[in-house]
Ligand binder design. Structure first.
Ligand code: NAD
Length: 352
């Protein structure tokens, strides 16, 4: 088939390297800002406060209340602080939850964002915000949401617990796998997806063996940037729909859910897109689904939805929700196949 695509490059500045978070102040000034609000989760409050001390007069305050799924009531509390301290930018230090809060603020008042990611979730390079209101999760895509500056400093990930490194890495890999068969994929998104998968394939087993291996940590964060960029550029399909259903309705943890579902959804779509997914089969060995499943098992990922607190009786409802208003998918989605796929994932069996 002859080539046919649209490519739009992201306008964000990406700064990558060990120790580069020390440049946060410089980037705040380059953005023309003087009063940053530093954001984090309660668990990373001490790191956020230390960063604020290093920023000196450029930091006007710290808000350490970020939580998973960006509830609007938390955003409103943070917005109150933004107004009180007259913040003119936000610095988000943490994983997808903290980045989500920074994005939610920027969506409302267009404040520039500097993000310093400490997990592999990839949210920092997407113009997408998922937020919850009264228990309902909605997603918006807007140019105001895309962070202006991302500083990837692998030294900040040396202490990311091994379990979280594994699930967060598989979460990122799911963006890449779905990017390979995305309807709106382009040559750059495909290159980034394959290079991102390669980076995680080599680095995650090394991190499991030796969590403070600086080279492996750098490689994994590089993979996170690549896979996140794919998520920010092209549309996602069945895998992300199922994970949003499970997370949104049954409150299963984000990265773990992605980690468990990836081999199953990839196997499902490999039947329709054998050629596009052939490099994944080659990289991980065997078939696409089994290769990814064996890789996840080898690095100690959670393998069964039942271990995330999801009960078997919920699978019928999960299948119903997953097939209603489906995202575009390369293989037609039928309820019986999705119900079967969920059963395999629930029991922790390899994909059919
Ligand atoms: P997270 O941000 O919730 O982090 C999990 C926990 O780990 C938190 O307590 C955090 O403080 C802690 N943590 C983070 N980095 C650490 C480190 N280096 N060392 C020790 N502890 C650390 O988890 P996540 O998986 O990064 O993000 C999940 C959230 O991101 C979800 O709400 C998800 O919907 C969102 N997300 C959004 C997008 C998007 O494009 N909009 C993409 C991916 C994820």
């Amino acid at each position: 088939m002859s080539r046919d695509f649209i490519y739009s490059g992201s306008p964000a500045h990406i700064v990558f390297g060990d120790g580069k978070s020390a440049l946060a102040g410089e980037w705040i000034e380059k953005l023309g800002c003087k009063r940053a609000l530093v954001l984090s989760t309660p668990q990373q409050k001490a790191d956020a406060e230390a960063l604020a001390v290093r920023l000196g007069s450029l930091a006007a305050g710290v808000f350490a209340g970020a939580v998973m799924h960006t509830p609007v009531e938390v955003t409103e509390r943070a917005m109150q602080v933004v107004r009180e301290i007259e913040a003119d930018c936000v610095v988000s230090l943490g994983g997808g939850s903290t980045t989500g809060l920074g994005k939610a603020i920027a969506y409302r008042n267009d404040l520039p964002q500097v993000v310093i990611p400490t997990t592999y979730a990839g949210s920092e390079v997407t113009p997408i915000l998922g937020q919850t209101d009264g228990g309902r999760k909605t997603t918006v895509r807007h140019e105001r949401i895309l962070p202006e500056v991302v500083i990837y400093d692998p030294t900040l990930t040396l202490g990311l617990p091994v379990g979280m490194s594994v699930t967060s890495g598989l979460n990122a890999m799911a963006h890449a796998v779905e990017g390979l068969y995305a309807r709106d994929r382009n040559p750059i998104s495909t290159l980034m997806a394959l290079e991102g998968l390669r980076a995680f394939k080599t680095s995650l087993p090394e991190i499991v063996k030796s969590p403070r291996d600086a080279r492996a940590r750098s490689e994994a964060l590089y993979g996170a940037w690549l896979c996140g960029s794919v998520l920010g550029t092209v549309g996602m399909a069945l895998h992300h729909k199922i994970c949003h259903t499970l997370g949104g309705t049954f409150d299963t943890p984000h990265a773990e859910t992605h980690a468990i579902m990836l081999p199953h959804t990839a196997a499902y779509n490999a039947l329709a897109e054998t050629e596009l997914l052939a490099p994944v089969a080659q990289m991980f060995g065997g078939s696409v689904g089994n290769g990814l499943w064996n890789f996840a098992k080898e690095i100690g990922a959670p393998m069964a939805l039942k271990d995330l607190g999801l009960s078997e009786v919920d699978l019928d409802r999960a299948a119903d929700i997953a097939v209603e208003n489906p995202y575009w998918n390369p293989r037609p989605i039928d309820r019986a196949s999705i119900r079967k796929l969920l059963q395999d994932a629930w029991e922790g069996r390899p994909p059919a």
